[in-house]
Design a protein around this ligand. Structure first.
Ligand code: SF4
Length: 334
């Protein structure tokens, strides 16, 4: 029997109702809502890195925040190690939070500038009541620093965040998560604020962490080339929905959804002979308060047909454990 996934998200919906205001209430205008996440299902297994990819505003960060219970789900479930966390109280959530950690985009924001590295990494142990003896604390601190690639740890322990490079700060933020020995890391654009020269180092670090097999990583990124290089599976989101998912190599080599193809077309290739003509999508991502009818990508889709204005395509099998939500999938047209 297969081991259950570390994280199973089923049909997750997150909406943010908007205030109608006095005029809206008097005129009895219907309540509007932002449909940030609209029926997302995904899994992350131990030892796996799954990349959630899309433009800003596609709902990937709200998906991560809902999984982490930073915002409440409107419906659906988030099952972490067999427990549906969407129904837990704050007190019941507390022991699980240690095992579900989030890495943020901007390490400078996530670290307290008044804390030396030593205190920043130890603080989560104190917050979770796991500080133990001074010797235990010190051993966990040094181990987390080493696992985050901050070696020798003594070189960094007494520095303040402003005395570190961006890459070192992100590694300290990762160490402050690792000290709690999490099973799931949700990394929200973990390298987008870093210099290009240090991005690969941080991504290789995350890759190495999950390769040990006891941790799964959900990486949120707008960068398909990063996802293609490091992730096992890629999930592409558009306007709150998953439009394509599958093994990373399969999605990149054989994209089925026009949106994925457009994203891939602007990724630089190492081999100039593989370069394809960039497909520039016209228009902004539509407003999630006002989702287009039919296929929500149709106003921007370069191959849209009349039927796309009325058919809302579900994810369908595209072979090789690969699925896409487009009426053309399976018709040999995309
Ligand atoms: Fe484009 Fe139509 Fe496919 Fe939507 S269903 S992605 S509009 S071709």
């Amino acid at each position: 029997m297969n081991e259950p996934a570390l994280l199973e998200v089923h049909d997750l919906v997150t909406t943010f109702p908007l205030r109608r205001g006095l005029t809206g209430a008097i005129l009895r205008r219907p309540q509007q809502a932002v449909h940030a996440v609209d029926g997302v299902s995904l899994t992350v297994a131990k030892g796996e890195m799954v990349a959630l990819v899309g433009e800003s505003g596609c709902g990937k960060t709200t998906t991560a925040q809902t999984i982490m219970r930073q915002v409440d789900a409107t419906s659906g479930s988030v099952v972490f190690e067999g427990t549906d966390v969407t129904t837990l109280s704050a007190g019941e959530m507390r022991p699980l939070r240690r095992r579900m950690q989030m890495i943020y985009q901007d390490p400078y924001e996530s670290l307290d500038p008044r804390f030396r590295v030593r205190d920043a990494v130890i603080e989560p142990l104190v917050v979770h009541g796991l500080a133990g003896s001074k010797g235990d604390r010190e051993a966990k601190l040094i181990d987390a620093m080493r696992r985050a690639g901050l070696t020798p740890p003594e070189l960094y322990l007494d520095r303040y965040p402003h005395e570190l490079s961006g890459g070192q700060r992100q590694r300290v933020a990762i160490a402050a998560s690792l000290v709690l020995e999490p099973n799931l890391l949700v990394a929200d654009e973990p390298v987008s604020m870093l210099d290009v020269s240090v991005r690969a180092g941080v991504l290789t670090l995350l890759d190495g962490l999950r390769s040990r097999g006891d941790m799964g990583i959900l990486m949120i990124t707008h960068d398909l080339s990063t996802a293609a290089h490091f992730a096992d599976r890629i999930i592409v989101m558009y306007l709150g929905r998953i439009v394509e998912e599958g093994p990373a190599r399969e999605v990149v080599r054989n994209p089925q959804h026009p949106y994925t193809r457009a994203l891939l077309s602007v990724v630089p290739r190492r081999d100039p002979r593989e370069q394809v003509t960039p497909q520039i999508l016209v228009g902004e991502t539509p407003n999630p308060m006002n989702i287009p009818p039919g296929c929500r990508f149709h106003p921007r889709c370069p191959v849209a047909e009349d039927r796309c204005k009325t058919i809302d395509p579900a994810l369908v099998d595209a072979g090789a454990d690969h699925r896409a939500a487009c009426v053309l999938v399976g018709e040999g047209k995309p």
